[in-house]
Design a protein around this ligand. Structure first.
Ligand code: GSH
Length: 206
């Protein structure tokens, strides 16, 4: 059976758990990382030398890096659905996965980490507000992308929605200023209507 190591409130673990939920895969999740520890132990490090979560073991096939895991599971079990088989369609979905990790995750982390992991007296409100404004500017790109389609990859949910969709739950539920982005808000609303999203992503942030 598919084994997944990682605490459920990690945004990177959420990607895998949401993907697994969409695909309906039997699995076992093992708490690791944060207060659960384990990631520093030699056994874990032999699977994932980064000491980070998530890591999966799929009948002896070990994989880490959340986006790579999502791509692997979707290609194996969701070809033609979550994982577009047409190379052009898959290129668009892949692009949004990478964009989420390389463009959005940085500024979003500067909002999320202090608000969720730091006590109020240790936060820098100006830095958080600046980072939130940067997130809003970046999401204006998504606003345009979603003007003629319900999901980032097209008519249906694909892997392209997964990384940004996980961050979106934090973005829309943290106490920050958000510009009006109707298409992004409608897309987020669409995600919240999915059971797999609610189960894996819409859980307490702390
Ligand atoms: N690029 C990696 C990043 C993994 C990562 O940084 N995971 C965080 C949680 S979101 C982690 O393991 N932090 C240490 C911990 O939880 O103990 C991925 O996408 O899988």
């Amino acid at each position: 059976m598919l084994k997944i190591w990682g605490r459920s409130n990690s945004v990177n673990v959420k990607k895998v758990m949401w993907c697994v939920g969409e695909l309906g895969l039997p699995h076992e999740r093992i708490d690791a990382g944060g207060a659960f520890g384990l990631v520093g132990e030699a056994g874990y490090r032999s699977m994932n030398p980064n000491g980070k979560v998530p890591t999966i073991d799929d009948d002896g096939y070990i994989l880490w890096e959340s986006n790579a895991i999502v791509r692997y599971l979707a290609a194996k079990h969701g070809a033609g659905g979550l994982w577009p088989t047409d190379p052009a369609a898959r290129g668009l979905a892949d692009r949004w996965m990478d964009w989420s990790s390389t463009s959005f995750a940085g500024p979003f982390g500067q909002v999320f980490l202090p608000l969720v992991r730091l006590p109020p007296e240790k936060r820098d409100p100006a830095a958080i507000a600046n980072a939130a404004a940067e997130c809003g500017k970046l999401l204006a790109i998504i606003e345009t992308a979603l003007a003629d389609r319900p999901f980032l990859g097209g008519e249906e949910l694909t892997i392209g929605d997964i990384p940004l969709g996980c961050a979106a739950y934090g973005y829309f539920n943290l106490p920050i200023e958000r510009p009006s982005l109707p298409h992004v808000e409608a897309w987020y609303q669409r995600l919240t209507e999915r059971k797999a999203y609610r189960d894996a992503v819409m859980i307490p942030l702390t």
